[in-house]
Design a protein around this ligand. Structure first.
Ligand code: GLU
Length: 474
């Protein structure tokens, strides 16, 4: 039996980290078993589905490296198939037409609420006679299709993560609507038709779908279809232990990307949200995870989202990148910040910048602030730098540097500092502080000699020394 799994997002929002993590587990499961991974867009909700959300989901999965073997398959392309199955369920007596108006259903809910009962449909149209149906139709009522749920049933399945699961039919809210009056099929129904038609062997999805699984099992039975195995993954929780939601700020993959997290770090981090790799090795790439992944090592308990851990993992991947890789990742951030960088023209120079700031990066976004020293001809001078430039020897030190040509290599830079020390008769620390103040506009920051070489290559050393000179006092 070939393993076949799927991710079935609804394009009603951007790719959420919860969906991405579910996609990752499905992908790992498929790759581990040499199976197939399907992308299915559950886009039957016409009011809430949007092409830009579908685009965001597709590009997010691609960016993460979670490639699919089949799809995207769009549910809206399969509407005829759902109609066919509805006709079958009606003919076999598993489903029926239900004619209540919105007001009648609201009144039913209100009456239940008044009696402190959980809201449920009371199955009152389950046994309408053909005369009653004709009368409703004559009134112009359009029926929804309901699937019968036996209150007495106990639904039991062995969940591959949670073990034995039991649900009472009576807790499922009464006979469920599977298609709206306009024919639009609803999730619990369409998902089963699709999973059956696509021969899905394992349904791996979030724990928030447990009650849906109980309902869906009843539909599999009515269709006489083979049942897949089910595995419900733990939820991702916020710091208060509640399900991570939009209110917690960043939740979509595109937002993490904009913040400067890189794909290998995000997939690594997401895998740890619920899965414990064997031997406690936490830093793992996708190919490294494939042979190790199993549902047995997915926890039942919810996983708390932990920014410190994500940052640690992101730093790890950034620090492993070559300067060329870093440049490729940083250029969009630099361009967005308005820095005039052109990789075709500046590649070796950009790599020098990346090599210097790389070890300090936690996110790519940090690269914007760290690279700011090199990106414009002039810098602004902060108070400390200005005070340093106003020291008695500063003017002479700067004149000496202005009189020599810019260093090309670090040894030349060191030798120049020595010469200026001797010529001006000052300590090294004075020379270095003055040079730093002049070139960087501040007394803290990245390695000075390397920065000097980087600025020299760009032709920014002389203009900055001139600008600094004008701040000195004779
Ligand atoms: N469209 C559903 C969702 O996004 C799919 C759930 C499932 O995997 O069955 O939650």
């Amino acid at each position: 039996m070939t393993v076949r799994v799927r991710i079935a997002p609804s394009p009603t929002g951007n790719l959420h980290i919860g969906t991405a993590r579910t996609a990752l587990f499905n992908w790992l499961f498929a790759r581990h078993h040499g199976g197939e991974f399907i992308l299915r867009m559950e886009d039957t909700d016409r009011e809430r589905s949007r092409p830009e959300f579908a685009e965001n989901i597709i590009s997010g999965l691609k960016w993460l490296g979670l490639d699919w073997d089949i799809g995207p398959i769009w549910q809206t392309q399969r509407l005829h198939r759902y109609q066919e199955v509805i006709a079958q369920l009606l003919a076999q007596g598993f489903a029926y037409r239900s004619y209540e108006t919105e007001e009648e259903l609201e009144a039913m809910r209100a009456a239940q609420e008044a009696q402190k009962l959980a809201p449920r449909y009371n199955n009152q149209h389950r046994h309408l006679t053909s005369e009653q149906e004709a009368a409703f139709q004559a009134q112009g009522r359009k029926p929804v299709i309901r699937f019968k749920i036996d209150d007495e049933r106990e639904i039991v399945w062995h969940d591959l993560i949670r073990g034995e699961m039991r649900w009472r039919g009576a807790d499922l809210g009464g006979d469920m609507v599977i298609a709206r009056a306009d024919g639009q099929p609803l999730y619990n129904f369409a998902v089963v038709v699709d999973d059956v038609d696509m021969q899905i062997t394992h349904v791996i999805r979030g724990e928030d779908h447990l009650a849906n699984t109980a309902k869906q099992i009843l539909i599999y039975e009515a269709l006489g279809a083979p049942m897949p195995a089910f595995a419900h993954t733990p939820l991702i929780l916020n710091s208060e232990g509640r399900k991570l939601s939009k209110r917690d700020g960043v939740t979509s993959i595109s937002e993490f990307r904009q913040m400067g997290y890189v794909a290998p770090a995000l997939v690594n981090y997401m895998a740890l949200l619920g899965w414990s790799p064997p031997e406690g090795k936490e830093l793992l790439t996708l190919p490294e995870m494939v042979p190790l992944f199993s549902l047995e090592r997915v926890n039942k308990a919810g996983s708390k989202f932990d920014w410190d851990k994500l940052n640690w993992i992101n730093s790890h991947y950034l620090h492993q990148m070559s300067p060329a890789q870093l440049v490729a990742e940083l250029v969009p951030f630099w361009q967005e910040a308005g820095y005039a960088v052109e990789p075709e023209r500046d590649q070796p120079w950009l790599e020098q910048v990346a090599a210097l700031i790389g070890p300090s990066l936690v996110t790519l976004k940090d690269g914007v602030a760290l690279a700011r020293f090199y990106m414009t001809e002039q810098v602004s001078y902060d108070d400390e730098a200005t005070a340093q430039l106003q020291q008695p020897q500063s003017q002479e030190i700067l004149r000496q540097f202005l009189a020599t040509s810019d260093p090309q290599r670090v040894e030349e830079a060191q030798a120049l500092v020595q010469t200026v020390m001797q010529t001006c008769g000052v300590k090294k620390v004075q020379v270095m502080k003055t040079l730093r103040a002049a070139l960087m506009g501040t007394l803290q920051g990245p390695d000075l000699l390397q920065s000097w070489l980087i600025l020299a290559r760009r032709g920014f050393v002389q203009p900055r020394l001139q600008a600094a000179l004008s701040l000195t006092q004779a």
